[in-house]
Design a protein around this ligand. Structure first.
Ligand code: MLT
Length: 301
């Protein structure tokens, strides 16, 4: 019988489906010091983002039976993929399940920064009535520049179009022939967009995709939304741009350090923030669970 360790939790339905398919499932978190040793006795590991599958963890599994690591989510930056590959361990993710949830959160942040939703919430709770201060803008009729036109970017483009926005995009793979939106080079997109939304992985060799230079190129008074990875945007450059008014607002779900330590940024009145909850919906988690089951079933069939 194949043994599966779910170290960051897994939907009950998914666990039951795996058991019905004949897998043995242990739903338990182990500290990194012991994880590798524990994994010697498991065929597959399922993680969300809390468990870091580092080179050390992979090396400690040597001589064991681990064959597969499944990331229940999109980003695989908490897994040392090269070390896993070298050890003959496959790494898979669930790329389809959370696109709509992340796209909806990006939109939620766009509305929040355009209409001061978060800021007016907490100032009202402090007894303030700042009606005059919170004159916002409509998002309909504005240009949304999407950076990264994968599944999430495409889901956002559909929804934003339905809200009356004009979508332009940039993608590391260039123009995509099946899309009717305008493809622009990054700097051109930054120059004309009222909102930009990022949907790209973090490339540690390239560093932050949006730093001081890119923020300077952006349209005066534009907005930036990051529901991708914290390090894709240079937080200190962003803070400077928010303080100078160059950038009118930022919607941020992901941070350079998580849990976040940048108190100044999250307390900025023009920032709408959430604690990395892009995929945290009942629907996405349910679909992620189904996708995890199907990945494991197909791998071991
Ligand atoms: C993902 O990569 O799936 C999302 O950022 C959500 C998460 O990491 O929990």
């Amino acid at each position: 019988m194949y043994r599966i360790l779910a170290s960051d939790g897994l939907q009950e339905k998914a666990i039951n489906n795996l058991i019905e398919l004949g897998f043995e499932v242990e739903n338990k978190h182990y500290d990194k010091e012991v994880l590798g040793e524990v994994l010697k006795d498991f065929d597959a590991l399922v993680v969300r983002s809390a468990t870091k599958v580092t080179k050390e963890v992979i090396e400690a599994t040597k001589g064991g039976k681990l064959k597969l690591v499944v990331r229940a989510g999109v980003g695989i930056d908490n897994i040392d993929v090269a070390a896993a590959k070298e050890a003959g361990i496959e790494v898979r993710n669930t790329p389809n399940a959370s696109s709509d949830s992340v796209a909806e959160l990006a939109l939620a942040h766009m509305f929040a920064v355009a209409r001061f939703v978060g800021t007016s919430n907490y100032t009202m709770r402090n007894g303030e009535w700042n009606k005059k201060k919170y004159e916002g803008i409509e998002i309909g009729g504005k240009t949304l520049g999407i950076i990264g036109m994968g599944r999430i970017g495409r889901a956002l483009a559909n929804k934003a179009t339905a809200l009356g926005m004009t979508v332009v995009y940039n993608d590391m793979f260039g123009k995509q022939d099946d899309l009717a939106y305008d493809f622009l080079e990054l700097n051109d997109l930054l120059k004309i967009s009222d909102f930009i939304s990022l949907h790209v992985p973090y490339d540690k060799n390239a560093g932050a995709l949006i730093g001081k230079d890119q923020l300077n190129i952006m349209k005066d008074g534009s907005y930036i939304i990051n529901c991708a990875r914290g390090k894709v945007v240079d937080e200190s450059a962003l803070l400077e741009a928010l303080n100078s008014g160059k950038i009118a607002g930022a919607g941020i779900d992901v941070f350079e350090v998580e849990p976040n330590t940048n108190e100044i940024l999250v307390n900025h009145p023009r920032v709408s923030c959430t604690p990395h909850i892009g995929a945290s919906t009942l629907e996405a988690q349910d679909r992620i669970g189904d996708e995890v089951v199907s990945v494991i079933k197909n791998f071991f069939k």
